[in-house]
Design a protein around this ligand. Structure first.
Ligand SMILES: NC(=O)c1ccc[n+]([C@@H]2O[C@H](COP(=O)([O-])OP(=O)(O)OC[C@H]3O[C@@H](n4cnc5c(N)ncnc54)[C@H](O)[C@@H]3O)[C@@H](O)[C@H]2O)c1
Ligand SMILES: [Zn+2]
Length: 653
């Protein structure tokens, strides 16, 4: 390359990397993988070295970007630098020299600085661009494991990483309905969760904080040791990142220790960090514009394997998005056999010019998540399905933000009905243990479940299920067992499971009872008939009748009955002593295991239990008759008797 071409490439790289950095830091998005970012970064470093010039805005000398969010900003007392990194253990050895260091996980989340005053959490600020961060104190208060009060009463400043585990990531991401709002990895989700204007969202995201360094705590003797500081932080109630002593002699073993452990770690980590244990020595070294000289990061040298792309599997989801998944010839990566990797969307497929039969390179991001690094043969994208593999409806390609994605256009697609399937198997309905929403989604995407009745024939897919990710012989057998157990059920549970608008389990019970638990009466019930049942209003009656007037629904109901065993319920009219009687239960109970049990008894005798006291309430059950709770007050105002559990038991007799 000529000098001119090199300069041009250098300028180009600065621009590309800065753009990537901006979206990565500010928008919680990634326009390229870390692997690719680091590759381009190293290319830039080499060019700068070669040319002897560095542009003022080069990412190799600037820590971060101006922070653009709407959160309040604040300047850090001490700038937060980046870390010099290597993939070579030998370089770590050289860094260690004669020194002892602490080695810990380099956690891949969002760095936060916490300040405590008078023993109370006073402030939490994100790293931001290293100089100026965002104030997120209220959000930090709802992290899972941050002590709000500590023993130490002077000012304490510490740094740590906010992270979300892989399990929570999958669960939370799955529940985000809006496809655009979905996150690609736990780091993106964590950043999006911590930098919220409303901390209710943060609270639901299970964010954890791991302390990794102490900045200020005067008058504590840390014996000039970083590891002592970490122990002290733990004694104040912080979860501290796992850290171990290391020297040049033990560095290989330590790296091996962490590398072996990471595959079982629920928390994402993109490497390891070494910091000299000798605090005074470390501080005497100072820092460069970008890196402190007392620390060094080790990046996992991603194991990359070559393999052949066998198939693109198109996997529809509840949002209508159809995700492309690359299926390739199995390879060993970081100790496990890998044969599939998400390709995320069509734009990424196009960038990689991904076609079946291509020779691809795969690796595990952060040693955990399989990804395609490169496509060597680039035969080009073909065969994007015109119809949805689950429902056969038309697909369409739609462009959002920077990415093109494939969608199913059929509103009745089973993949989109995941909530209905989930209700059907939920505890109060058919109660199929072990069939979580996530599992249902996988089965539906694979076409194992198209209708409720298919749930009872999963054994048709025994081979496929046993070998599915996250499944095994044991979990397959447990699943089949719980499906079998679920076959024995009750009519109200079945009716509730159908998901008729407004019909909860309590209403389903009342209706079934009023219709003598007779199938034909249920299927042919009229609005007038149902309207006469106490507690069933006109709206519910209409919804119920409308459901069963639909031939497809009737047919489904009969087919389900063929699958199920429903013992005839004992209905003795004499026993319906609470028919038309409305109860409200509040406070704790002692004779029954819980309030739900009381409710079951009342309902089995024809009564109804509601949540709030109204003029229709006949009794309020509360063991604390003298309580001044709002329910007791309301009952008193309306002249409704407040009875104890004892009183209730006497009524039963
Ligand atoms: N994909 C993309 O488009 C893109 C863009 C920009 C950056 N990146 C990624 O980010 C990296 C560079 O980011 P950076 O320079 O901001 O951060 P860095 O990788 O240098 O990490 C340094 C930070 O790690 C944190 N950390 C976590 N655990 C720690 C521990 N135990 N001890 C000490 N510190 C710990 C600290 O906040 C520290 O400031 C790149 O290598 C790349 O992987 C990716
Ligand atoms: Zn579909």
């Amino acid at each position: 390359m000529s000098q001119n071409a090199k300069t041009k490439r250098m300028q180009e790289l600065v621009e590309i990397l800065n753009h990537a950095r901006r979206t990565y830091e500010q928008e919680d998005r990634e326009i390229m993988s870390n692997l690719e970012y680091d590759k381009l970064y190293d290319e830039l470093l080499a060019l700068e070295h070669d040319l002897g010039t560095i542009m003022a805005n080069s990412p190799t000398v600037n820590v971060g970007y101006e922070v653009l969010s709407e959160l309040p900003k604040e300047r850090h007392e001490r700038p937060m630098l980046s870390l010099d990194k290597t993939k070579e253990v030998d370089q770590l050895k050289a860094f260690l020299g004669e020194q002892k260091a602490a080695i810990s996980w380099k956690l891949d989340g969002l760095t936060i600085v916490l300040t405590y005053q008078n023993g109370t959490l006073a402030k939490a600020v994100t790293r931001g661009n290293g100089e100026i961060g965002e104030v997120i104190t209220n959000n930090a208060r709802v992290f899972r494991n941050i002590p709000l009060h500590i023993n130490y009463k002077e000012e304490l400043i510490l740094r740590g990483e906010a992270v979300i585990g892989y399990k929570d990531f999958e669960k939370i991401n799955e529940e985000i309905e809006d496809v655009d709002a979905k996150y690609k990895n736990p780091r993106n989700l964590c950043s999006g969760s911590v930098r919220q204007l409303n901390n209710e969202i943060t609270a639901r995201r299970n964010v954890k904080f791991f302390a990794f360094s102490l900045v200020k705590a005067e008058h504590v003797d840390f014996k000039n040791s970083r590891m002592e500081q970490m122990r002290w932080l733990a004694s104040q109630g912080f979860d501290v990142v796992e850290n171990r002593p290391v020297t040049a002699d033990t560095i290989e073993d330590e790296v091996a220790y962490f590398a072996e452990k990471i595959v079982r770690n629920d928390f994402p980590s993109d490497g390891l960090v070494l910091v000299y244990d000798d605090i005074a020595y470390g501080q005497s070294l100072g820092s460069t514009a970008k890196f402190p000289r007392d620390s060094f990061a080790f990046k996992w040298a991603d194991e990359i394997k070559e393999t052949k792309l066998l198939e693109i599997e198109w996997s529809p989801s509840r949002t209508g998005l159809i995700n492309p998944v690359a299926i390739f010839e199995p390879v060993e990566l970081e100790g496990t056999t890998v044969s599939r990797a998400s390709v995320h969307n069509i734009s990424i497929m196009e960038e990689l010019e991904l076609g079946v039969g291509d020779t691809i390179q795969v690796y595990k991001a952060n040693m955990i998540i399989p990804q395609i690094a490169e496509n060597e043969t680039r035969s080009g994208v073909k065969d994007i399905p015109a119809v949805c593999p689950v429902c056969g409806g038309d697909t369409k390609i739609s462009q959002q933000n920077d990415a093109k994605s494939l969608y199913c256009t059929n509103p009745d697609c089973q993949a989109k009905q995941i909530k209905s399937f989930a209700l059907f198997v939920s505890r109060d309905a058919l109660n199929v243990d072990g069939l979580s929403e996530a599992t249902l989604e996988k089965f539906i995407a694979k076409g194992f479940i198209k209708s409720y009745t298919d749930i009872f024939h999963l054994d048709r897919y025994e081979e496929e299920i046993r070998t599915m990710d996250g499944f095994g012989d044991k979990s397959y057998q447990n699943l089949i067992k719980s499906v079998d157990t679920a076959r024995t059920t009750t009519l109200p549970k079945l009716v509730y499971g159908l998901g008729i608008s407004g019909i909860g389990l309590a209403n389903a019970k009342i209706i079934c009872r009023a219709l003598d638990f007779e199938i034909e009466k249920i299927v042919h019930a009229t609005v007038e008939e149902l309207g006469e049942i106490d507690g069933v209003g006109d709206v519910l009656a209409k919804a119920f009748v409308a459901y069963f007037t639909d031939d497809a629904h009737r047919e489904l109901f009969y087919r389900l009955l063929d699958e199920l065993i429903i013992p005839k319920e004992e209905i003795n009219k004499e026993e319906q002593i609470f028919a038309g009687v409305n109860f409200v239960i509040t406070g704790s109970v002692t004779h029954f295991a819980n309030r739900n049990e009381v409710k079951e008894v009342i309902e089995s005798k024809g009564g109804k239990v509601t949540g709030s006291v109204t003029s229709k309430t006949n009794y309020l059950i509360n063991n604390d008759v003298a309580s001044t709770s709002s329910k007791n007050k309301k009952a008193n105002d309306l002249g409704i008797p407040i009875i104890s559990e004892e009183d209730f038991l006497q009524m039963l007799e």
